[in-house]
Design a protein around this ligand. Structure first.
Ligand code: A2P
Length: 272
């Protein structure tokens, strides 16, 4: 497993298990256990996914030591708007059954985010969060946050996949030493990305699956990739991406699939 190093020195495994839309209960705890068994050491959840409790159960039952796992959660929009970030953070820790998280993110750029950021900075200084960041922030949101932040975000977690490469924002984040994490890397099950002709051809060429080709592309372009699955075989195979390398031409070919087509909401226009 390759790792990236955040600007504060914290290491982050480059492939993490996403659990958006995994149901609280056995579905999530089992997925987390399968992932940890397969060698994942990075789990990405959020308050709004409503499965933090089962993520915690999965971690405990796996027998893998807490300190060997990179665990992320995110504060939800209503909590930010209501000035409840501190309480939301405490509740997440309680549900996850842990006394710290590795990464805590502002989930969307909603009103109240500057005050929320101060809470993240404070908990970071106290050592209860190892790295702080944002999610779904455009460049202009990051530049606005710069006006008030004492500690710059270490991460921006954004939508990106071959139909929405988001490369300009990724390059901007990298230019300011921020790491980028990508959500819906496989298209989130909302577009038939994995049946794309170009990916099928590459899969055949490398004797890998289309999902493995996409995950490898993300690894080679230097982002953290968070594929979601609740199926054991897919969870395993999505991590089996360290025994091959895409050529520069094939990297460019995948880049050329970009259609600027989101599967999720635009951070400049969302209603939740
Ligand atoms: P499931 O959880 O039923 O396996 P993303 O990571 O882009 O959010 O996409 C996740 C979607 O793709 C989910 O619907 C997930 O379904 C499915 N998925 C995850 N891994 C694979 C894979 N290796 N092959 C096919 N579909 C996959």
């Amino acid at each position: 497993m390759t790792e990236l190093t955040l600007y504060n020195g914290v290491k982050i495994p480059q492939v993490g298990l996403g659990v958006f839309r995994a149901e609280n209960g056995k579905e999530t705890s089992q997925a987390v256990k399968w992932a940890l068994e397969a060698g994942y050491r990075h789990i990405d959840t959020a308050t709004v996914y409503k499965n933090e409790e089962s993520v915690g159960v999965g971690i405990k039952e796996s027998g893998v030591k807490r300190e060997d796992i990179f665990l992320t959660t995110k504060v939800w929009n209503t909590d930010i708007r209501q000035g409840r970030t501190r309480e939301a953070f405490e509740e997440s820790l309680r549900l996850l059954g842990t006394d710290y998280v590795d990464l805590y993110l502002i989930h969307w750029p909603v009103e109240g985010r500057e005050a929320a950021w101060r809470v993240l900075e404070d908990e970071y200084r106290k050592g209860r969060i190892r790295a702080i960041g944002v999610s779904n922030f455009h460049r202009h949101h990051l530049e606005e946050l710069d006006q008030v932040a004492e500690i710059a975000p270490m991460v921006d977690q954004i939508e990106a996949h071959p139909y929405f490469s988001n490369q300009e924002l990724i390059d901007y984040c990298h230019s300011r030493k921020m790491a980028v994490e990508v959500w819906s890397p496989l298209g989130g099950g909302r577009v038939d990305l994995l049946g794309d002709e170009t990916l099928l051809k590459l899969a055949d060429k490398y004797q890998k699956t289309p999902a493995q080709i996409v995950i490898r592309w993300d690894i080679q372009r230097g982002v953290v990739v968070l594929p979601k699955s609740v199926h054991e075989e897919r969870i395993r195979s999505n991590l089996d991406v360290f025994d091959f390398e895409l050529t520069a031409e094939d990297m460019a070919l995948i880049h050329s699939m970009n259609r600027n087509k989101r599967v999720g909401s635009d951070p400049d226009n969302f209603k939740f």
